[in-house]
Design a protein around this ligand. Structure first.
Ligand code: AMP
Length: 423
């Protein structure tokens, strides 16, 4: 299988849904379901799938992969034609139901008919749905074959077939069923394959039944993000400072940037922390350039260990050796999240940690970030606080980070036990 591959754009700028080539009807549906920004897999996969080529997308549940193929399906369906034009195969009944629900939501502006055909449910109802003119069928391989064998499900007009979670379907033993279905599909069709992993059996299936497929690989774009250990911390608004103090004590960063949403917030946090810590500075757009330059120099040479920054200035910080990023305020824009955490862990072999404070009202923002970075963030667990002084959560950052950049810089950051004892 040759095909091509695409890295699907850079994490630096994610296109809008409009730029992906979707029609006005799709954009209206997306506004209705309140999806504002495409996830990485959506940004990379949708334009390729819309081009009509066979595509392989590596993505797992929770990344927005369902919309990546549902939107191109919806663009292809002729709603005036009462024949099955799209078939989605999934490994489980639950996943079929989820895909059907997502597809239904995204079909909000279109008069298309769906049928969800899974085992364990009354087949007569499914037969009725197909006979009433279903244009999109979503189901599990066994039931789909059953409906084909009964002569109910006819795929002569099929334009697009999707193998969702192909690796799981093959693990479950659906290979013979999938092959049987694929052989009964018109050869002039588009095949989309989504899979969290691409082991040999999935590759072989693709080789046999797909035409010169394009691989949509967003993993390259996640490198910067993936070399950073990321966590969120649930915190009440009025407990943020205490939580920060506790986190610093527990993590003992070699060097950290704490991001605040506003200049005023950054100043206020700086005032409160600098009373207890000698090596703290703030940087934001209201400071004179010479002050900013001085602060950056101190951060670079290690005199400043904790830098409190706003996004605009934070983006320009290019310092090697930052071990920790702390999002004291969750970024409003998901791109800012990627930019912020890109300040650490960027050099090969260098460890980086990122912590995002989330207040109880900010759950949606966390979800948006997770969609954006294609990854679910774990919650950070504080150790019991008392024993912490003698038992750090991890080895101090200086112990796990190899001596690059210049060792003189690293040694000047030798972690003192009490450096971060500000409570
Ligand atoms: P999936 O990976 O397809 O199972 O999607 C995971 C969840 O993310 C589902 O609840 C979707 O409704 C939601 N979702 C998908 N794409 C987006 C998006 N671009 N913005 C916000 N939510 C989304």
């Amino acid at each position: 299988m040759s095909g091509g591959s695409t890295s699907g754009g850079s994490t630096e700028s994610v296109p809008s849904f409009r730029e992906l080539g979707l029609s006005a009807a799709s954009l209206k549906a997306l506004a209705h379901v309140k999806y504002e920004t495409p996830s990485l897999i959506q940004a990379a996969f949708i334009p390729q799938a819309l081009s009509g080529r066979d595509c392989i997308g590596q993505a797992r549940t929770g990344t927005g992969k369902t919309a990546s193929f549902c939107l191109p399906i919806l663009e292809k369906i002729d709603s005036d034609h009462s024949a099955v034009q799209a078939l989605v195969l999934t490994p489980t009944r639950e996943l079929s139901a989820q895909v059907a629900a997502e597809c239904e939501k995204l079909a909000y502006t279109r008069p298309v008919k769906l049928a969800c055909c899974v085992g364990g449910k009354l087949i007569n109802r499914q037969i009725e749905e197909i006979r009433r003119g279903a244009q999109i069928v979503i189901g599990t391989p066994g039931r789909v074959i059953d409906l084909q064998t009964r002569g109910v499900l006819v795929l002569n007009d099929l334009k697009i077939i999707v193998l969702d979670e192909a690796d799981r379907m093959l693990d479950i033993g659906f290979r013979p069923d999938i092959e049987k279905i694929l052989r009964r599909c018109p050869t002039e069709r588009q095949t989309l394959l989504l899979s969290a992993t691409l082991p040999g059996p999935v590759e072989r299936l693709a080789q046999r039944y797909m035409q010169n497929p394009l691989r949509v690989d967003v993993s390259q774009n996640q490198v910067a993000v993936e070399t950073v250990d990321q966590y969120y911390i649930t915190v009440d608004r009025d407990r943020k400072l205490t939580t920060l103090a506790r986190l610093l004590y527990e993590e003992r960063p070699r060097q950290a940037i704490v991001f605040c949403r506003t200049k005023r917030g950054a100043d206020s946090l700086h005032n409160r922390l600098s009373r207890r810590l000698p090596h703290v500075a703030a940087i934001h757009g209201d400071l004179a350039q010479n002050v900013r330059d001085r602060v950056m120099k101190q951060f670079r040479d290690g005199t400043v260990r904790l830098l409190i920054a706003t996004d605009v200035v934070g983006r320009g910080i290019d310092v090697t050796g930052v071990s920790h990023i702390i999002n004291y305020d969750v970024p409003e824009d998901c791109d800012d999240y990627v930019h912020r955490i890109g300040r650490t862990g960027r050099l090969s072999g260098e460890a980086g940690f990122a912590f995002t404070f989330i207040t109880p009202e900010e759950g949606d923002q966390l979800t948006n970030i997770e969609i954006r970075i294609n990854k679910l963030l774990p919650q950070y667990q504080f150790t019991d606080f008392e024993p912490v002084r003698s038992r750090p959560a991890r080895p101090p950052a200086s112990a796990v980070i190899p001596p690059s950049p210049p060792s003189s810089v690293v040694t000047s950051f030798a972690v003192e036990e009490d450096d971060w004892a500000i409570l």
